[in-house]
Design a protein around this ligand. Sequence first.
Ligand SMILES: NC(=O)c1ccc[n+]([C@@H]2O[C@H](COP(=O)([O-])OP(=O)(O)OC[C@H]3O[C@@H](n4cnc5c(N)ncnc54)[C@H](O)[C@@H]3O)[C@@H](O)[C@H]2O)c1
Ligand SMILES: O=C(O)C1=N[C@H](C(=O)O)CCC1
Length: 267
Amino acid sequence: MIKIAVCGAAGRMGGRIIAAIKETEGVELSGALDRPGHPMVGQDAGYNAGLGAIGVPISDDLNAVVAGCDVLIDFTTPKVSLKNLEVCALHKKSIVIGSTGFTPEERALAAELAREIPAVIAPNMSVGVNVCFKVLADVAKILGEDFDVEIVEAHHKMKKDSPSGTAVRMGEVVANALGRDYNKVANFHREGICGERTHEEIGMQTIRGGDIVGEHTVYFIGMGERVELTHRAHTRDMFSRGSVRAAKWVVTAKPGVWDMQDVLGLK
Ligand SMILES: NC(=O)c1ccc[n+]([C@@H]2O[C@H](COP(=O)([O-])OP(=O)(O)OC[C@H]3O[C@@H](n4cnc5c(N)ncnc54)[C@H](O)[C@@H]3O)[C@@H](O)[C@H]2O)c1
Ligand SMILES: O=C(O)C1=N[C@H](C(=O)O)CCC1
């Protein structure tokens, strides 16, 4: 039985991940964590998962929870995830990180911290989005330079980072396929007399409102036609099931940073 602990257990994803662990064979919830001072610390973790009491309290003791697990699933924020990665490395435990909004410097630090433990770090754990990542590179290469690329994402109004980690990864995949540097060609802002669109730029647009779980469209816009590749999440459950699948996979992986395409065998 693989022992999984969940960090961010009082959050939107934390609750769904605990529910997914409960429905998955071969794994058990060994611990649940949230931030010191959170009102749900001390309460049973099953309540946020809609399960009633399951006998695992939400703790704020990171070291104790990590010591008692085989793998930590972490859906919090980049800064918290980096700390969790450091503590997992100290305890030689595996980690699955779903947090988004990492800066390039934070990504480099994560790779450094994961030199001796296996870590899955992925902005989107759904099968559908990871298949999109795979086909996007081919679509971009086939359509080539005659098509302008714009990416639009929509999420709930509580989301803290923008653009979404998924949209950033889509931009990186397209930019790489076209031989461009995402950090140079991503355009996050158009306002006023901002001039004609450049050939190389990838427009990144963000919508925030209500309870939208997550939607992403990559537009390839040519003269006279366009191709749109869209993914729509109906619930958070395919993210949470994906994270549990990643946890089962990562405990036997070699040290280093892996992503969901490694877990799904899409590379
Ligand atoms: N990779 C994916 O498939 C995927 C899917 C959905 C969301 N996300 C990402 O997951 C993250 C969390 O999303 P959410 O909607 O669950 O957010 P949320 O705000 O509902 O939950 C985050 C939880 O982390 C807790 N937290 C904050 N600081 C902490 C600390 N120091 N120690 C322990 N817990 C701490 C918060 O109290 C909160 O309960 C975001 O970055 C989001 O973009 C990724
Ligand atoms: O709800 C969120 O927050 C989501 N975040 C991920 C992202 O930033 O790409 C995945 C979709 C949901």
